[in-house]
Design a protein around this ligand. Structure first.
Ligand SMILES: Nc1ncnc2c1ncn2[C@@H]1O[C@H](COP(=O)(O)OP(=O)(O)OP(=O)(O)O)[C@@H](O)[C@H]1O
Length: 593
């Protein structure tokens, strides 16, 4: 018997369906017992009439056998109907549990933040893993209960007819769960290994499909193909190991059932010969012995079907047990936020788990409400880390981030998510139309808000030129749009969401200078605005329109102030400015042909 505790807890959410499945299974066995007694009664009636007559069944014997035969027919039909009902209820239980497990997995994944497991393996768990629960939850688990009850009751009934036959059947029945117990540990390990191999293979396929163009361009398709073959080989080995282990259980179970039934038949024959059992009782004993083993046989069949569900349960548990990177503190309460918030970063330090050195050290600055802060610095200086801290994707190792003087840790996470819009460099659009993608950020937005957002982010500039306009599909992940068009859709999403805090992580990198300037204007980066904005930018044009600049270098804040003030100080910002201006002037030099 193999029961995964967390999946059992989830299965109990469909307890009514599971209860009905169990009742129908028990009812089917009861109907089989009824049919066995009826057949035995019919046979007894016929034999009785032969013994009293002249060697053939007389009219009274034929009449006496009609009623039991009708009953046998009724019980047999009832059994068929109950088995059908059992399968229906089992399927309904499985469907209900699968949909609950999927939504629990998705809800949990939403809370996990950057620490969530990789997309490939997670997809295998949410799609295939949960699908495998069907046979485990709908059939294996209810059959466990039926198997625990039916053989015990039937052995009791058998004992009233023939104690020694009952004892032989009991020995056969008891051997099956004992053998399975011995195998469980090994099967559990095999199940986990199989699931690991399956999700690794599935993750590799997802990665390959996502990066197929890059792999072809790099000439690395063959190498990736070899890796896929190696993963497929590991999966084949794991599947074989699985099959070998479950074959062991099958052999022991089938032997115990065959030996038990054969033993019961031989004993019943002896007892018929010595007159301690009549022919009708022999028939009854044989029927009941077979019915004792039937639930065990079915349990074994379901075990084979549900095995992958048990394997997947390990993967499902692993996702459900992954702890979120940040969570609500027990005494969190919302901040009264009527306009753009003031942002304070106070002596903040952050070290990634397992990293040898801090990504940020002792960073402090304040951004007044409605102002725009541009964060600049070399690659690896800590800009993205700072953004993650401001959005509370992670908590600082030391110091604190405050909104309107309230530590982010004391705010409900849901409020922070609602108050902040983020546009990252790699934009992910969901399959649907351009308009649907934009409206998704604020389904309650009015048509006027929508028009303002698409105009501000210069979306209409390209949608006016395509036949479907704003109702054109974006394709999977936004594949039908260019990088710059995707960024404009994402910026429109940020504009329509009207959040008081806006974070742009190189969100205009794919735009041409003219569009960037116009969008910057629409976002009111600079001057008092209805939102406080933090922007990571490499382009001068974005930075000079900000109210404040924070220059990071090797995780430390090396300069902070208005861009105009810093420009004259000859420090990091002034040097970056000069370097970029030199690039611009060299690029702007004409050539003589
Ligand atoms: N998940 C991570 N685990 C460990 N170290 C990390 C992780 N992410 C970033 N780092 C390290 O933290 C430091 C700061 O990285 P961060 O991504 O914040 O820099 P950045 O200024 O945004 O760089 P870029 O401009 O290249 O995006 C780097 O040394 C980087 O290697």
């Amino acid at each position: 018997m193999f029961v995964s505790q967390p999946i059992l807890r989830l299965a109990l959410t469909a307890k009514w369906y599971l209860g009905a499945t169990i009742l129908a299974g028990l009812g089917a066995s009861a109907a089989a017992v009824g049919a066995a007694f009826s057949f035995a009664a019919a046979v007894a009636a016929i034999l009785g009439s032969i013994q009293t007559g002249s060697g053939t069944a007389d009219a009274s014997g034929t009449a006496a056998m009609v009623a039991p035969l009708i009953w046998a027919g009724v019980f047999t039909l009832a059994r068929t109907g109950l088995l059908w009902l059992r399968d229906q209820f089992g399927t309904l239980a499985a469907i209900s549990v699968k949909s609950r497990v999927r939504s629990q997995l998705m809800n949990h994944l939403f809370t996990l933040g950057p620490g969530r497991p990789g997309a490939g393996g997670t997809q295998a768990t949410v799609v295939d893993g949960v699908e495998h629960l069907q046979a485990y939850v709908g059939f294996y688990l209810p059959q466990l209960v039926v198997t625990a009850i039916v053989p015990a009751v039937l052995v009791g009934i058998l004992a009233t007819r023939d104690f020694s036959v009952a004892l032989v059947v009991l020995l056969g029945v008891a051997t099956v769960p004992l053998a399975q117990r011995l195998w469980n540990r090994m099967l559990g390990e095999r199940a986990e290994e199989h699931w690991e191999a399956f999700s690794a293979y599935s993750a590799r396929i997802t990665d390959t499909l996502k990066g197929i163009d890059t792999l072809v361009a790099l000439g690395a398709a063959k190498r990736q193909g070899k890796r896929l073959t190696a993963d497929a080989e590991k999966l084949r080995e794991a599947t074989n190991a699985n099959l070998r282990a479950s074959l062991g259980v099958s052999v022991v179970t089938a032997s115990a059932m065959s030996i038990g039934t054969a033993g019961a038949t031989v004993l019943a024959a002896f007892h018929a010969a010595d007159g301690s059992l009549n022919t009708a009782d022999v028939l009854l004993v044989l029927f009941l012995s077979a019915e004792c083993f039937r639930p065990l046989q079915e349990l074994q069949n379901y075990w084979h079907e549900g095995f992958y569900g048990i394997a997947a349960a390990a993967g499902i548990n692993r996702v459900l047990e992954t702890k979120p990177t940040v969570s609500d503190s027990p005494d969190a309460f919302p901040l009264a936020l009527s306009g753009p918030p003031a942002l304070e970063v106070k002596a903040v330090g952050f070290t990634y788990p397992g990293a040898g050195r801090p990504a940020l050290q002792d960073v402090s600055f304040t951004v007044p409400a409605g102002a725009t802060l541009a964060v600049v610095g070399r690659s690896g200086a800590g800009k993205s880390t700072l953004i993650q801290l401001i959005l509370r994707d992670v908590d600082p190792t030391t110091g604190a981030v405050l909104l309107n003087e309230r530590n982010l840790r004391s705010l409900p996470l849901a409020q922070i998510r609602r108050a902040a819009a983020r546009v990252a460099q790699d934009i992910v659009l969901l399959d649907g139309t351009i308009a649907e993608n934009i409206r998704q950020a604020n389904p309650e937005a009015t048509d006027a808000d929508f028009r303002e957002a698409v105009a501000g982010a210069r979306v209409t500039e390209f949608t006016d030129r395509i036949p479907g306009g704003l109702d054109s599909p974006v394709g999977e992940g936004g594949a039908l749009l260019s990088g710059g068009q995707r960024q404009r859709v994402a910026l429109a999403r940020a504009l329509i969401s009207r959040t008081p805090l806006l974070v742009l992580d190189e969100a205009t990198s794919a735009l041409d200078a003219e569009n960037e300037a116009l969008i910057t204007e629409a976002l009111h980066l600079g001057g008092n605005s209805r939102r406080t904005t933090v922007v990571i930018a490499h382009r001068l044009s974005t930075v000079v329109s900000a109210d404040l600049v924070a220059v990071l270098d090797d995780g430390r804040l090396v300069e902070f102030g208005a861009p105009g003030d810093l420009a004259g100080q000859g420090g990091h910002w002034a040097q970056m400015l000069h370097a970029q201006l030199a690039d611009v002037s060299i690029a702007g030099l004409g050539t003589r042909s």
